[in-house]
Write a protein that binds this ligand. Structure first.
Ligand SMILES: Cc1nc2c(=O)[nH]c(=O)nc-2n(C[C@H](O)[C@H](O)[C@H](O)CO)c1C
Length: 153
């Protein structure tokens, strides 16, 4: 199994480091890292990782800034990542930490570490233990924050 990590130097936290640590803790997949300037460059990086570097799945890690233009960039990047998934029939797990989700730099770092690690755990489940994801269906999982939990029970 080969997992691609596409990340950016725009991000204010080394999300790839967190992802790689968590992936290495939970599986033996080969990891290929590809760093680009910003989130809008992630779709082609992910596509290259899949088509040219043979990755079975890619994590796309990015940090949109707080300005309206950053939000637009993030939306465009998301659309590109969805297109790349459809073009390659391969999962690209988008892990975006919006800078304004946190109230301090410390909280931003904690959120980035936690969300990235929790999505890396999702990646391991998707590739190796899909039945575990099915068992979690309907349980209100949230990455980076407390889970929302079930309703109606
Ligand atoms: C305005 C802007 N905002 C962000 C952002 O919030 N987060 C991010 O990762 N990258 C941003 N970029 C850079 C673009 O994603 C891209 O790297 C450049 O337009 C070069 O293709 C831009 C240009």
């Amino acid at each position: 199994m080969k997992i691609g990590i596409a990340d950016t130097n725009f991000a204010r936290y080394d999300m790839a480091r967190a992802a790689i640590k968590e992936l290495k803790r939970g599986c033996s997949a080969e990891i290929v890292r590809y760093t680009v300037p910003g989130v809008k460059d992630l779709p082609v990086a992910a596509k290259i990782l899949i088509e040219e570097r043979g990755c079975d799945l890619v994590m796309a890690l990015g940090m949109p800034g707080p300005k309206p233009i950053d939000k637009t960039c993030a939306h465009e990047a998301s659309t590109g990542l969805i297109m790349a998934q459809l073009m390659t029939n391969t999962h690209i797990i988008e892990v975006f930490i919006h800078e304004d989700e946190a109230e301090s730099e410390k909280e931003l770092a904690t959120l980035a570490e936690r969300r990235t690690r929790e999505h890396a755990q999702n990646v391991i489940k998707l590739l190796y233990y899909p039945e575990r994801l099915t068992r979690e269906a309907g349980t209100g999982q949230r990455e980076g924050f407390e889970d929302a939990g079930r309703v109606g029970y």
